[in-house]
Design a protein around this ligand. Structure first.
Ligand SMILES: [Zn+2]
Ligand SMILES: [Zn+2]
Length: 748
């Protein structure tokens, strides 16, 4: 028989395919996508089988042998391997880094695998034999007699402890063939602890309204067609998108398929999982829903992964990286809150979970369902162009009204209070009324608060770049305003250029200051704060949410992490303390983010029977993002904002690539960034438009200076490989680090 040769991608910090000979004994367990151990230099390294077949122009006799196959099934099914190759080209990173992202560390090192040993009798002893054994080795006889009376295999550790025996006693009987030892995998199932109880809500099937029925029918038809398709489900907050997802999942499971369900943030997962679990148990008894997110222990992750890879479980719910879960016969990928920037990974590989979900569905021939109350303009434009099918839910379930939105003009409030206001009179009054009635309040503070822009607290004016239509960045060191897209600069004004007021350098507020302000006006209220500082611990956010749900907290203060998709029927007031902070972030998506935030926040109020109220505090009440959000007018906002994007040829009309240069020497950084930009301009010409290089908005982090360059292009798949080729040939100095980010979601 001819020798079997495989090409392996070693996970050893370099991007190459190496060839190995497969020993006879391993032949049957090797496939494309298998996780293996291979000799690289003088050590055994993990690797992934990328192809089967002999290398051209290589002496087969000289090949080293593959050492081990880690799992008896492919760790990456063919669709994921193809996806990995596409991602390597598109996001300009090594295939090894993508494979390492796709296969969790717990799975790669297998260290978390928790097993227990069982003992059972294999060979019954005759009365004479037992008598002889009792005489010769009384302890062995005792163990044998105990196990002989059991119906099934017993846990070794327990039995030995109970009989007060050592492992040597069992080993002697195993050696003689009287007992057999089995190994069983113990599963740790996430979220079956005490926190899950408060989260089992609204799990019964609902009666669908006409819009939901139409959406379900459309998705069911796509699933029935058995081929790739993307649907964008635009549903206003409270319109019952989850119910549509559940019906689609049900259909996919009943046809024998697997499902990936993505949620943007961990905070959302417990509730979604609890809901899915109870619904799946009702409609499809025996289905297990695997949970996948960064807070899992290694063991939990490994168990979940194995359950999916072996087909024991067919549904996975999780954050971004769950898009790589080894679900068998994948039929449906749901991306909830598809507009969320959290889907983009901010370290290598810098992929976008939603975009990768669409591509995985395409490679697998599955259906991708993107859902949001405020779809990203990227997805909305795809729907307008007919690439995605648009499904709309414009009614709230039970025809509940959207909450009333009050806009508080902080310019007037500042005059009234004669100081910069934290909480307006309107908001304080509304909170006190809620406290008297034992109803709950959520206060949002903008996490993306960015204090380096300039905002006039008298007239709401924001200094913008006239070329790029984004806020200018204030650089304290030399008192300059700079546009970090095109590099344009001018001296920072001391007075507002519009109204002449001197109060133009307003900084944002922290959650802690707001919490203190709330304590002053509501001294008897129970207040909890939730932000990334206080939520470091694994279960802390779930504890706080469970307390809030149980009515043990009156006011919850936090960043928008608390706002997404959480259902709290007793919340009748939502306050947005600083609506401006997201609008003067120097980013062309600032308006889109503000609109999304306002609509999502408003959607948190009045989800129960009682009407909700929303109070939005702002220095710029006339801004489009605020005006359109008052009526939750997504179509109106999208039309206005897409016009601006088209005029400036920003995404979604072109792709954007960010190139960051870091190093200890600012002059050197500038010099090399400029040389590089010239080379790119000369080589790529028309295919790419460059802006910069210029100093990053945050010029220095941890003693390293930062410069950046932006590329605008219509042809990422042509431009990125070109950039990668040029990058490899360019004479970079040793102390300069550079990072490419394709389709960044944040400009700062
Ligand atoms: Zn002004
Ligand atoms: Zn500019």
């Amino acid at each position: 028989m001819a020798a079997m040769i495989v090409g392996v991608h070693p996970l050893a910090g370099f991007d190459k395919l190496l060839h190995y000979r497969v020993p006879e004994t391993l032949r049957d367990s090797v496939a494309v996508g298998s996780l293996v151990r291979v000799p690289v230099l003088n050590a055994l390294r993990l690797g992934l089988v990328g192809e089967i077949g002999p290398p051209r122009d290589f002496d087969v006799g000289k090949l080293k042998a593959l050492a081990q196959v880690v799992y008896p099934f492919p760790a990456l099914p063919p669709d994921l391997l193809e996806l990995a190759r596409w991602m390597a080209g598109y996001y300009a990173c090594g295939l090894d880094s993508i494979i390492e992202t796709m296969i969790p560390a717990a799975v790669r090192n297998g260290a978390g695998l928790k097993q227990e040993k069982l003992l059972a009798v294999t060979q019954r002893l005759t009365a004479e034999e037992l008598a002889a054994l009792t005489k010769r080795a009384p302890q062995q006889a005792k163990l044998y007699r105990f196990l002989e009376q059991q119906f099934r295999a017993q846990r070794k550790a327990l039995v030995l402890a109970r009989l007060g025996q050592t492992a040597a006693v069992a080993a002697a009987l195993v050696k003689r063939g009287v007992l057999r030892e089995e190994v069983r995998r113990i599963e740790r199932i996430a979220y079956t602890d005490e926190h899950a109880h408060g989260e089992l809500v609204a799990a019964q099937p609902h009666v669908l309204n006409a819009e939901q029925q139409a959406a379900v029918a459309a998705v069911t038809a796509s699933l029935g067609a058995g081929k790739f398709g993307v649907s964008l489900l635009h549903g206003v907050t409270g319109s019952g998108k989850t119910e549509v997802y559940l019906r689609a999942i049900d259909t996919a499971l009943k046809s024998g398929g697997g499902v990936v369900f993505l949620v943007p943030e961990v905070a959302l997962t417990p509730q979604t999982v609890a809901r899915l679990r109870s619904r799946l148990e009702a409609i499809a008894p025996g289905h297990r829903c695997v949970v996948w997110h960064s807070h899992l222990s290694e063991g939990e992750r490994l168990d979940g992964w194995l359950a999916l890879a072996t087909g024991e479980a067919r549904v996975v719910v999780g954050a971004r990286s769950a898009v790589f879960a080894p679900v068998q016969n994948l039929r449906l990928i749901v991306v909830d809150e598809e507009h969320e920037p959290a889907y983009k990974q901010d370290e290598t590989p810098r992929y976008h979970g939603r975009d990768v979900a669409v591509l995985r569905a395409k490679l697998t021939g599955a259906v991708c369902l993107l859902g949001s109350a405020t779809p990203s303009l990227e997805s909305f434009l795809n729907a307008q162009h007919g690439k995605y099918r648009l499904l709309q839910l414009l009614q709230r379930v039970d025809a509940r009204k959207l909450p009333h939105i009050d806009i508080v003009d902080l310019r007037i409030e500042a005059l009234k209070q004669r100081t910069l206001p934290l909480l307006s009179g309107k908001l304080v009054g509304a909170m006190q009324a809620r406290f008297e009635r034992r109803e709950q309040t959520i206060l949002f503070i903008n996490r993306r608060g960015y204090s380096s822009s300039i905002l006039c607290t008298k007239c709401g004016h924001i200094e913008e770049c006239s070329h790029c239509s984004i806020a200018m960045t204030y650089h304290r060191t030399d008192e300059m305003l700079r546009c970090h897209l095109c590099g344009d600069q001018r001296p920072a004004p001391l007075r507002c250029p519009k109204c002449g007021a001197p109060d133009i350098r307003w900084r944002g507020l922290g959650t802690q200051r707001i919490e203190e302000a709330v304590r002053r006006v509501l001294p008897r209220a129970r207040i909890e704060r939730m932000d990334s500082d206080t939520m470091g611990k694994k279960n802390r956010f779930r504890e706080v949410l469970a307390q809030f749900r149980a009515g043990k907290v009156d006011v919850l203060v936090g960043t928008q992490m608390i706002g997404k998709g959480l259902d709290f029927p007793n919340v009748t007031l939502v306050g947005l303390v600083d609506a401006d902070m997201s609008m003067h972030v120097p980013d062309f998506r600032a308006n889109e983010r503000t609109f999304q935030l306002l609509v999502q926040v408003a959607g948190r109020a009045g989800r129960g029977d009682r009407a909700g109220e929303v109070v939005v505090q702002t220095f710029t009440p006339q801004a489009e993002a605020i005006q359109f959000s008052r009526h939750a007018d997504y179509a109106g906002f999208a039309a206005a904002e897409l016009k601006v994007r088209q005029d400036f040829r920003y995404p979604p009309y072109r792709h954007l690539i960010h190139h960051l240069f870091r190093g200890p020497n600012p002059e050197k950084l500038k010099f090399f960034a400029e040389q590089w930009a010239k080379l790119v301009e000369k080589t790529l010409g028309e295919r790419v438009e460059l802006r910069g290089p210029s100093a990053s908005p945050i010029e220095k982090i941890k003693d390293e200076y930062r410069w950046q360059l932006w590329y605008f292009t219509n042809a990422v798949t042509k431009v990125v490989p070109e950039l990668a080729r040029l990058r490899a040939g360019f004479a970079w100095p040793d102390d300069l680090t550079q990072v490419l980010d394709v389709d960044p979601v944040n400009l700062v």
